[in-house]
Design a protein around this ligand. Structure first.
Ligand SMILES: Nc1ncnc2c1ncn2[C@@H]1O[C@H](COP(=O)(O)OP(=O)(O)OP(=O)(O)O)[C@@H](O)[C@H]1O
Ligand SMILES: [Mg+2]
Length: 254
């Protein structure tokens, strides 16, 4: 088990008003899963992602990541855990505009204390993995939306995190660039990386292996996506189907 939430709750309070964004969310995600989170605007998806990504804390309940209860950690401890376990991808890419793609990807490695040569090497490998080898020295403004998001994925990947979280990572992309990003996620997931992403797009969600639906801060449904649907768009290779079925069987028997 990679992560678990137990009766997770989040209430945003100001002096005047309090908003319950999550109510009693019980969720378990195993290593190697590929999960889509869906639900109407305001249903608590980003709130949940921020807690799973150690960017925020629940107001009640527990969040256990890699066996560690992190519900009540302080900011420094959360930052350490985030660094070690999580690559976070945002809808709006969040690249630093004055840094090249390569420098953007290097940045989290600077915070981790990785020496210069090694971090350039790691960043180059990550950029190659997302098909941006020939755009490394470009600024974000010199890249298309899809390329910027791929650079952001490379940044999330550079530290080899076991868990990738994306809050509407294809939300600002046209369907072709969105599909390219999904193909990168598919291949990362096949390499064993656990992926959880928020999407409003049923076609995107159908390419994952499991769909969770939220309404008013509560999890309404938890559905396995069948392997045929999951691989429909890239199934020229029939061996892909059988290997996916095997993965699914493994996931079910765990
Ligand atoms: N910082 C905050 N302070 C107060 N209320 C907040 C805060 N962040 C979110 N909320 C409220 O919590 C609820 C859940 O918000 P959240 O951003 O998680 O929704 P979402 O499902 O991600 O929606 P969208 O699809 O529009 O991104 C909403 O009612 C929202 O107004
Ligand atoms: Mg949101």
């Amino acid at each position: 088990m990679l992560l678990q939430t137990v009766e997770l709750q989040k209430v945003y309070s100001t002096n005047i008003i309090s908003v319950t964004a999550l109510t009693n969310v019980n969720l378990t995600v195993q290593e190697g899963e590929f999960v889509a989170i869906m639900g109407p605007s305001g249903s608590g998806k980003s709130t949940l992602m921020n807690i799973l990504g150690c960017l925020d804390r629940p107001t009640a309940g527990q969040y256990i990541l890699a066996g560690e209860d992190i519900s009540n950690k302080n900011d420094n401890e959360l930052a350490r855990i985030r660094n070690q376990y999580i690559g976070f991808i945002f809808q709006s890419f969040n690249l630093l505009p004055k840094l090249t793609a390569l420098e953007n990807v290097c940045l989290p490695l600077v915070y981790r204390g990785v020496p210069t040569k090694e971090r350039i090497m790691k960043a180059e490998v990550a950029l190659e993995a997302v098909g941006l080898a020939d755009r490394m020295h470009h600024l974000p403004t010199e890249l298309s939306g899809g390329q910027q998001q791929r650079a952001a994925i490379a940044r999330a990947l550079a530290g080899n995190p076991p868990l990738i979280l994306g809050d509407e990572p294809t939300g600002n992309l046209d369907s072709r660039s969105g599909q390219e990003v999904m193909e990168i996620f598919q291949s990362l997931n096949q390499q064993g990386i656990t992926i959880i992403l928020v999407t409003h797009d049923e076609q995107i969600a159908r390419q994952t292996k499991r769909i969770l639906r939220f309404i008013d801060g509560m999890m309404q449904s938890d559905e396995a996506v069948t392997p045929i649907q999951a691989t429909a768009s890239l199934s020229q290779d029939p061996t892909k189907l059988s290997s996916d079925e095997e993965e699914l069987k493994k996931a079910v028997s765990e």
